[in-house]
Ligand binder design. Structure first.
Ligand code: NAD
Length: 468
């Protein structure tokens, strides 16, 4: 399949293509366009034009189209899920959930157009009211780890609020986003209201930041690129939402249900092969129960089924790419204290085993840096104050879990933790109807939930004089 720009002497340059590789088979599964700057600009111009129509579609009609879009995603759940298994190596169980999440997010925000209420504020000499106006063209930039849900968290509320969307999937995982755009058209979205623009971050993504007609950028990805995006948006005085990295803690107190905490801990970090911004990649255990916890953790880690992700029984697939495999591997050296390690299938695929390490120093990179693979660090703490100190000893603040039977302690620790999404005696982070986002270098702004819609509008205040 072609990988270099294609040129025809008679017709002039045509769109370059890039290959998409399966992380399971290491084979090319598709070849997709890699848009140039000019092609990106042309798409943004079409989006801007489509906004002039879409913003005036009545709230009821906009809602109806989004409900139809949600129903079509539901109808095509299995096809979308299989596509994600092929493209990203997600387990089929996860991929079905991910397509279902897009359906749910669309259905949730399809209730928004008719409920985008303003205020009527008492003022002397007239009537004062507020409107939530759409912004215009919204640029959504998506990473490779959850291609479907993260796309939906951006495009669904943006469209519901009356904006048009240009969405750039990651180079490694564009296929499900492209399919979702087709389903949007089939549902009745007018041409150019929702466009998926495949290509490089440095070309297409960067242009969302610098183009004056892109009114807002929604970025999910690494903290490093997120800071660059935010700097560019600041220059254009352009609103930006950032969902970035994490190094979340799973904190286990001595009064916890240790059996349940140990049995679930692997799934709190190794889900999606640890390529999860919410991964609880530090397990902090009260020193008095450390040995007991580790004894319970070992069979749980070794029991994680690492196998062909298309099997219904599969619990963990491979890493996304050869390059990412090299990055994850580089964290484990001859001097790393590996205390538990699972197995991986032989043959092709970027497999990495579920790995538990016990660093001796708090400043070890395995305690401070986002590995983004199936590697978890265990460290002991002495008491509640020490647990809070250690939990917060990171630049990140996205997620986390607290295991204790003491409800007062659970709330004290949750309130003291510098993190946006916490769960007590569980590892759940994401519900489409509750807010999601990070403290500190994990991000800026919130997605999902009842308030996310307002991040896709500007408030306008209008005063009408009633004086004769
Ligand atoms: P990345 O930052 O390398 O890329 C993310 C997206 O940005 C890609 O689409 C990429 O093409 C694009 N991009 C790259 N350079 C750009 C530029 N100069 N301008 C504009 N766009 C550009 O991240 P990744 O490796 O794809 O994803 C992994 C990271 O994403 C991890 O750090 C993870 O924690 C984070 N993440 C965060 C959340 C969250 O909600 N907080 C969710 C998922 C992933």
């Amino acid at each position: 399949m072609p990988t270099a720009p294609l040129c025809s002497a008679e017709e002039g340059p045509v769109t370059a293509l890039h290959d998409v590789i399966s992380p399971v088979t290491e084979e090319v599964v598709a070849s997709v366009p890699s848009l140039s700057l000019e092609e990106t600009d042309a798409a943004i111009a079409r989006s801007r034009k489509a906004f002039e129509t879409w913003r005036h579609v009545s709230p009821g009609d906009r809602a109806r189209i989004l409900r139809r879009f949600s129903a079509l995603v539901d109808e095509h759940n299995e096809g979308l899920a299989q596509l994600e298994v092929r493209n990203a190596g997600h387990t089929i169980g996860n991929a079905r959930w991910e397509a279902g999440n897009v359906r749910d997010v669309l259905a949730y925000y399809s209730g928004a157009p008719e409920r985008l209420l303003g205020h009527q504020i008492p003022v002397p000499g007239g009537v004062d009211m507020t409107f939530h106006e759409p912004l215009g063209v919204v640029g959504v930039i998506v990473p490779w780890n959850f291609p479907m849900p993260i796309a939906g968290w951006g495009f669904a509320p943006a469209l519901a609020a009356g904006n048009t969307v240009v969405l750039k999937p990651a180079e490694l995982t564009p296929l499900t986003a492209m399919r979702l755009a087709e389903l949007g058209l089939e549902a009745g979205l007018p041409e150019d209201v929702f466009q998926v623009l495949t290509g490089k971050g440095s070309v297409v993504g960067e242009r969302f930041v610098t183009h004056p007609h892109v009114a807002k950028v929604v970025f999910t990805g690494s903290t490093e690129v997120g800071i660059h995006v935010a700097e560019g948006c600041a220059r254009g005085v352009k609103p930006v939402t950032l969902e970035l990295g994490g190094k979340s803690a799973n904190v286990i107190f001595d009064d916890a249900d240790l059996a349940k905490a140990a049995a679930t801990a692997p799934y709190g970090v190794f889900d999606n092969a640890g390529q999860d911004c919410c991964a609880r990649s530090r397990i902090l255990v009260q020193r008095s129960v450390l040995d007991e916890f580790l004894a319970l953790l070992e069979p749980a880690v070794l029991g994680v089924r690492v196998e062909d992700p298309s099997l219904d029984t599969s619990e963990m697939g491979p890493l996304i790419s050869a390059g990412h495999h090299a990055t994850v591997s580089s964290f484990i050296t001859d001097s790393t204290n590996v205390v538990i390690q699972g197995q991986v299938p032989s043959g092709p695929g970027y497999w990495y085993p579920a790995t538990v390490v016990m660093p001796s120093r708090e400043d070890d990179p395995l305690m401070t840096e986002e590995v983004f693979g199936p590697v978890v660090s265990v460290m002991a703490f002495d008491d509640e104050a020490d647990a809070i100190r250690l939990t917060n000893a990171t630049d990140y603040g996205l997620s986390g879990s607290i295991w204790t039977r003491d409800v007062g302690r659970a709330f004290r620790v949750a309130r003291a933790t510098e993190s946006g999404n916490l769960s007590i005696n569980s590892h759940s982070s994401v519900r489409y109807w509750t807010p999601f986002g990070g403290f500190k270098k994990s991000g800026l702004g919130r997605e999902l939930g009842p308030d996310a819609l307002h991040a896709f509008t500007e408030v306008k205040n209008v005063f009408i004089s009633t004086e004769g």
